[in-house]
Design a protein around this ligand. Sequence first.
Ligand code: SF4
Length: 379
Amino acid sequence: MDALEKLKLLGPATCFEPAEEVGNIGRASSHSDDDDNAFIHNAVMPGGKRIALLKTLLTSACERDCTYCPFRQGRDFRRAAFSPDELAALFMRLHKKGTAEGIFLSSAIAGGGPRVEDRLIATAEILRRRYEFQGYIHLKIMPGAEREQVVAAMRLANRVSVNLEAPNAKRLARLAPHKDFDEELLRRLRWIEEIRQEMPGRRPSSTTQFVVGGADESDVEILTTTEYLNRQAGIARAYFSRFSPIPDTPLEEHPPTPPMREHRLYQASFLLRDYEFITEELPFDASGNLPLESDPKLAWARAHLSDTPIEVNTADRRDLLRVPGIGPVGVDRLLQERRRGHLRELTDLNKLGVVTNRAAPFILLDGRRPVHQLPLWPV
Ligand code: SF4
């Protein structure tokens, strides 16, 4: 099997691992107009720049038996593996053609997490040292990887990630009976933050990923862990991958997770990360899940701001961030503009980037509720 044939098997396998792709709902979109760029994803980098990202596994051979996973040991399908040299050479071929600008590299586990981590690091080392590749590298930190390996991966990569898969040990036992939540996974995320704090110069960002719905966990469980990781492990963001049953796995009869649940989790995680919300404030229902029919910020505002709107001219940053239609950039502009004088009209806010039809029901402008048109459709 040549390297491109292997990529046809190993590239699509990363659809279970959302990374930097544009868009939060659904699977990664890939260009598929020719063989060479079928596995290149339109990706947003940590600084906001868009690049063409090659996503692939190093191998789909796996010794673990995660209950939801198509690559679990013993499942009958065609597997493949790259050597580090082979994958680095293939990537550079695509890079020189202008097809791929960066690489996301993950793997199944064959021969133990540390052995696989060595091979991921070796691939990145070849790219950096032999080919002098200066672009974007995202490396997976495997379950059980050693601390020195995490240090080595962080020296080579722009981003590293650990797949937590579930929000706690009890839920992980349903998805991955032979993974140790605290020891193999969470500890690596803590190491990454410790190492980052000690690193001179450029520091790679870190992320994690949850499989949503496979372990019957609630949104409050996922978001509690996400908030903890934001604060204690310094993750740049969490990714949410909705569960979808795979034939010939123990969870093949388990119902799929609706795409909207994944979307609501992304919205809620941004409220935790960028809008100064805490998990307890989010509008969970009695079973600990977010309403699917309404954006969580809007649901919160309807419950808390409809009768006590926020005075835009005097509110502090935290309160302004709670208003639907006002984001972190809009707040900064608004606070700056306020120093120049009072804001009196929705058009003043509109010029600052505020989505005024969303904000209007929840604000006061100089003590008055702004006149606005009611939306025709519920949002
Ligand atoms: S370790 Fe588990 S989730 Fe990862 S590839 Fe193997 S079976 Fe799949």
